[in-house]
Write a new protein. Structure first.
Ligand code: BV8
Ligand code: ZN
Length: 243
């Protein structure tokens, strides 16, 4: 039995499933991943665009980076991988999708049992009065000013060195601990604590499967792998479950 069949049979008998996704699940929607050639970090040192220190030093540069990402997200559409995960959610009494992606495509694909571990590109908040705005409309001025107190707004994104949203992280950990099957989709599993979720699931005895064309930092620890693009593998898994 190959890994694909073992995964499908594990899902057939499961009632509790959880999924961790990364940039790879949005690659087929035309959104660049982080690492590798043409990756988002190419030409931008993480320290210069995705840390609170960078924002304090040069908020306009940080906003130029995120306005480019907002534009990408605005032009992107969910792909069959996003859609299959939204369908998969309906098949299990207990299901949670934890994403590292800030592009909002899982929500736009219809996923509801979803936590955004690293925030969302659609939201921004005032650094002084915490007033929040949520949209993908082009921003005239960078950094955008708060309509209430005039201070500057920042993206509602978890930057390096910042803690994850407490509730989202707690829900993701709980789901990893109680999952019978855990899917790790389109992530290089190098950023923590998010990558640690797969280790929590494996330690708790879940069948952990990776869906990624390439090996990753945690591959040796998993029960199996589907070495295909997620936009191909996930619809195939759904079809096999419906067969
Ligand atoms: C914190 C938002 C403390 C911003 C992001 C333990 C060990 C080592 C380091 C640390 C550690 N604990 C903490 C750290 C430090 C740091 C960290 O992990 N550093 C790394 C670089 C080593 N972590 C932090 O700073 C975290 N905060 O620790 O706070 C604290 C605690 C309490 C109180 C105060 C402070 C915060 C981390 C979150 C940072 N924000 N995103 C933005 O998006 O701009 S992380 C960002 O990078 C993404 O969200 C994502 O998490 C990560 C990128 O990884 P991936 O998504 O996996 O993308 P990547 O390109 O790497 O890989 C793509 C994969 O897809 C590849 O494997 C490829 O093969 C595959 N693929 C490609 N095409 C497809 C595909 N797969 C399927 N289908 C395809 N078609
Ligand atoms: Zn304000």
């Amino acid at each position: 039995m190959d890994d694909f069949d073992r995964l499908v049979s594990a899902l057939r008998s499961a009632s509790s499933v959880s999924v961790l996704t990364g940039a790879g699940v949005s690659a087929e929607s035309g959104i660049a991943t982080f690492r590798g050639a043409g990756g988002l970090w190419e030409g931008h040192r993480i320290e210069d665009v995705a840390t609170p220190e960078a924002f304090a030093k040069d908020p306009e540069r940080v906003w130029r980076f995120y306005e480019m990402r907002r534009q990408n997200a605005r032009e992107a559409r969910p792909n069959p991988g996003h859609t299959a995960l939204a369908e998969l959610e309906k098949r299990f009494p207990r299901f949670l999708l934890a994403t590292q992606n800030v592009d909002g495509l899982h929500r736009r694909a219809g996923s509801r049992n979803l936590v955004e571990l690293h925030g969302s590109i659609e939201r921004r908040y005032c650094v002084r009065c915490r007033r929040t705005e949520e949209d993908l409309d082009p921003l005239e001025t960078l950094p955008p000013a708060c309509a209430a107190c005039g201070d500057r707004m920042r993206p509602d994104i978890v930057w390096f060195g910042e803690p994850l949203p407490v509730e989202a992280w707690a829900d993701a950990q709980e789901a990893a601990r109680s999952a019978e099957v855990y899917l790790v989709v389109g992530t290089s599993a190098e950023v923590y604590p998010a990558a640690g979720l797969a280790l929590i699931a494996a330690d708790a005895g879940a069948a952990v499967f990776e869906i990624n064309p390439a090996e990753t930092a945690l591959s040796p620890l998993f029960s199996g792998a589907i070495r295909e693009p997620s936009g191909v593998a996930l619809p195939r898994i759904l079809a096999a479950l419906e067969a």
